[in-house]
Design a protein around this ligand. Sequence first.
Ligand SMILES: Cc1cc2nc3c(=O)[nH]c(=O)nc-3n(C[C@H](O)[C@H](O)[C@H](O)COP(=O)(O)OP(=O)(O)OC[C@H]3O[C@@H](n4cnc5c(N)ncnc54)[C@H](O)[C@@H]3O)c2cc1C
Length: 367
Amino acid sequence: MHPDMRPRFDVVVLGGGPAGTAAAMRLARAGAKTLLAHRPPRRPARHAETVILAGAALPGLPALPSYGVQSSWGGPALLDHDFITTIPSAAMAGLRWHVDRPALDARLRAEAEAAGACLQPVTTVRWARRPGGWQVEMEETAGLRIIEAGWLVDCTGRGAHLARSQGAQRIVGDRLAAFSVRLGPIPAGVLEQRTRLEAVRDGWWYLAPVPPDGAALTFLTDGDLAAARAARTAAGLATLLTGTRHMQGWVAALGCPLAGPVQAAPAGMAWLANAAGDGWLAAGDAALAGDPLGGQGVAQARALGEQAGATLLQDGPARAAALADYQAHLSRRAATYRRLLRQVYSAEWRWPEAPFWARRAVAPCPE
Ligand SMILES: Cc1cc2nc3c(=O)[nH]c(=O)nc-3n(C[C@H](O)[C@H](O)[C@H](O)COP(=O)(O)OP(=O)(O)OC[C@H]3O[C@@H](n4cnc5c(N)ncnc54)[C@H](O)[C@@H]3O)c2cc1C
C-alpha cells in the first residue's frame, strides 16, 4: 500500500499495561486518533501486587481490599501499618487493593478502548522514523499491518524498547532482583488481607494475597549475591526461608508446600536520562521504574501515562514547553524517590557488613 493510503494515527502507544492504557485513555478522550498496540507479556508475573487505584473501576475484578502491612524491618519486632486508621476517611478504605494483575490490565485496556482508543493486539512491533512521523509495522494474527503515526509513546515497561532503540540512556540504580513463587489455593479465611514483610541479612521477603484464592511469596536480593543463585529454585527458596524469624511461620500457616517454578525478575530502580526525543516519549516503568518496596509502581505508571498523554495534546511551542516540563518532572521524581528509598533502607541497621545493606547505606546512586 502506498504510504499516503495507509491509516494514520496521531499517536501510537506501545504497551497495554497501566501506563499505556492511561496514556491512550487521556489522548482518546481528548479526541486524538490513538492506537494502543499491546503485546502480552511473555511470562505473566508470579509476584503479588497491592495497588493504589484511585478512580479505576473495580466491580467484577478479582481484587481484595488490603488492610495493611505487617513488617519486621530495622528490628526483630513486628510493626503494623494499618491502612484503615491511617487514611482519612472510611470511604477511602478500599484505596489499596490486592489484585490479579492480568485481569486488572485487561480491564484497563477495555476502558481505554471504551474511551475511543483503537486496541491492537500484536506479536511484534517495528518502527522507523519518517519525515513528519513514524512508520509502524505490527505483526498480528491476521498478518502484517502497516500504519503511519505522528508520535510514539513508549509504555513497554522495564524493557523501554522504543526509547533504547532511539539511543536513550537507561540508568540502572541497583541490582535488585525478585524471586517469586505462587502458593495456593488457600482455604477461605486462612489468608489475611495484608502484606507481610521481613528484612533478612541478604535482602527482604514479602508475602501477599493474589485473588481470588492464592498468595505469592517473593524474596528480593541483589542479582550478583550468592543468595540470588540459591533463590532460583523452590528448594533453594525453602532453604533460605528457614533463615527467617517470622516469614517461615506465616508461610507454614497457609498449609501450602513451596513448589512450582520460581520466577526471577529485575526489580531495581532504573530510569531514562532522556525520556523524550524526536517524535517519542516514554512513560511508566519505561521512563522510571521503582523498587517494589514503595508499592506504588502501578499508580506512578498511571500518573506518568496520563501526563505523557496530556503533553502530546499540546500544540506547537506549548508542546515543546510541556515536553521540557515532563522531563523535569521525571528527573525530580527520580531524585526524590532515590532519596526516600535510601532513607527506608537505612532504617535497617542490623547487618551493616552484609553487602546487600552496605550498598544501600553508603553507595551513591549514579546521576
Ligand atoms: C517484584 C515486584 C513487585 C511489585 N509490586 C508492586 C506493588 O505491590 N504495587 C505496585 O503498584 N507496583 C508493584 N510493582 C511495580 C509494577 O509492576 C510496575 O510499576 C507497573 O507494572 C508498571 O506499569 P507499566 O505500564 O509501566 O509497565 P508494564 O506493566 O510492564 O506493562 C508494559 C506492557 O507492555 C508490553 N510490551 C512490552 N514490549 C512491547 C512492545 N514492543 N510492543 C507492545 N507492547 C509491549 C508488555 O507485555 C506489558 O504488557 C512491582 C514490581 C515488581 C518487579
